[in-house]
Design a protein around this ligand. Sequence first.
Ligand code: PLP
Length: 445
Amino acid sequence: MEKLIELDKKHFIHPTSSIQQQQENGAKIIVDKGEGIYITDVNGNVYIDAMSSLWNVNVGHGREELAEAAAEQMKKLAFSSTFSTFSHKPAIKLAEKIASIAPEGLNAVFFTSGGSESNDTAIKLVRHYWRIQDKPERRKIIALRRGYHGVAAASTSATGIPEFWNMAGNMMTDFHHANTPYENGTDKAIASLRQVIEAEGAETIAAFIAEPVQGAGGVLIPPVNYFKEVRKVCDEYGILLIADEVITGFGRTGTMFGVENWGVRPDLLSFAKGVSSGYVPLGGVIVSDEIYNILKEKSKGTLFHGYTYSGHPTAAAVALKNIEIIEREGLVDNARKMGDELLKGFGRIKEELDIIGDVRAIGLLGAIELVEDPKTNKRFSPDLQVSAKVIEALHNRGVICRAVTYEGTDIICFAPPLIMNLSQVDSLIERVYGAIKEIREELTI
Ligand code: PLP
């Protein structure tokens, strides 16, 4: 372990992490293997992977079927291009499969290697869509505050968490952010969206992008009418709607795609993570029939957009098997049922402890907000580092979780694998209760 930590410090720049802290403290948990909902570190400590790693290992760890699907495909044809007039069976079959489970009217897929590339692709596609219809001025993108869309150029700019812009300065122009319903409910959020549209001029706006449930922003579940209102506003102003389903896709919220909860059809839908449960990197964008028809009709010459790994055959073979598992094992239903149990458990914790504000879950995507005073929702002083301490206490109880402390919140997020069973949910709840109680007792409020 010591040797690994030294090498890690010397050679490995970690993504989304503090380089300084890494140098001071070293890697804390070096994960060695995974099985079901559990991961084990190099010292043999076992943890519930209550985040499905990065909200992505939907079918759980250690699935031999997926390893076999990859091995079989690699032996046959590990890689081949899908550029230009080349194609291959795994990508064709995966595109067809995804079209068959996507919301109605979305039937054509562009493949990428992950969520950031998917959102950059969606943003370039919507601008292209307007350009080929002689409306190049429609290029602005509206996104939501606290939204997270990735770290490529356009997806960083769409992200509504300014810390992500700081690394290199706000990367692109023509991105604007509206308030979320988390802040003040649907009406105010819709008013904010309208205000941005009107201030910028509807005829300059290409699309609105949002996550059906904001993940990295703190698992912010919108009120049930929010997306219906968004769809109405988009239609009124002729603005395209992009659903970023990178977290919510492939069963996470108890429906195959998150938008199904809200009864709306987006014009484009970006996905990644759960499509392959993280066993291989894969993502993509599904576009509506209307958009695909316009592209077919008016996009002349080469579409100068494509990644070497767009439609990677090994990734596609694994994703096909992964979707087969999700369907065969009824994991979408299971996510809904176990999500209800998780929420009940959160409710029990809230009754017992006086530092719990809102608790929420939709499928197996949930959160507990820690507050100094649940009656007024007064937040803790950031100096107290309450959520960092809870995360640490959870580690000590064998649970890997994540906290969102952006804008002074203390939100503990949960996105366990969709294969959770009832006794595992109970065990998770018991540990979460123990961890929060321990930190509550240390506080002198
Ligand atoms: N969109 C959402 C909603 C995400 O949560 C993420 C990653 O967490 C991304 C996009 C970016 O995906 P990736 O990290 O695969 O590039």
